[in-house]
Design a protein around this ligand. Structure first.
Ligand code: 5GP
Length: 193
């Protein structure tokens, strides 16, 4: 997705540990127009799948997930990293090791919001080693919900996540694919049209 790549080139900062900081438009300040374009792209890619629900993890997955849900007119469900006191005992949960925070989170979803009739599109901001997406796949499995695909805004293709997800037969689409951060510069896998 050309405009996402251009925005990454313009505002992205490569940090130590192969972390890309995109606080200008996604991870802190959010550009709603760009998020809407991302949502439209996910609708182009997955719109025919009769999706009933979008699933993401708080917090940075929520913005692109929300736009996609708005365009498809389906609810957006996000896994919570801290169990809320208003949450009942009946939950699905998965342990997710955070790439950026280096801690393990227990991601929780109330079971009443996901069931065997759901056709789920999983969305996240980044794909690195695939921990977050694997956690969401696990939650869908617990709910016996069908995952129709995984949509990622920024995939770091030089890390293992994409292979890990595709090897499970999951339809994965990433809008910007990063090949490397050599010399602190973002290099994309291929130029988008
Ligand atoms: P994974 O679970 O695939 O290893 O990592 C994906 C998750 O970690 C995403 O939900 C995202 O929040 C975070 N993450 C991984 N790599 C990066 C990165 O380079 N930059 C930012 N901002 N977040 C990242």
């Amino acid at each position: 997705m050309k405009i996402l790549e251009e925005r990454i080139k313009q505002d992205g900062v490569v940090l130590p540990g192969n972390v890309l900081k995109v606080n200008q438009f996604l991870n802190h300040q959010i550009d709603p127009d760009l998020m809407l374009d991302i949502g439209k792209e996910f609708v182009n890619l997955f719109g025919k799948e009769k999706i009933t629900k979008i699933l993401t993890i708080e917090s940075s997955g929520i913005a692109p997930a929300m736009m996609t849900g708005l365009l498809l007119h389906v609810p957006v469900l996000f896994g919570r990293k801290k169990k809320s006191s208003t949450m009942p005992g009946d939950v699905y949960c998965a342990h997710v090791y955070s790439y950026t925070k280096k801690i393990e989170n227990t991601v929780t979803v109330e079971s009443k919001f996901l069931n065997k009739n759901d056709r789920v599109l999983i969305i996240d901001d980044f794909l690195a080693n695939g921990e977050a997406v694997s956690g969401m796949l696990e939650i869908c499995q617990q709910a016996h919900a069908q995952v129709v695909g995984v949509g990622i805004a920024i995939e770091k293709s030089f890390q293992g996540g994409a292979k890990r997800i595709k090897d499970q037969g999951v339809h994965l689409e990433s809008l910007a694919k990063i090949a490397s951060f050599d010399n602190g510069q973002v290099q994309f896998v291929e130029e988008s049209k």
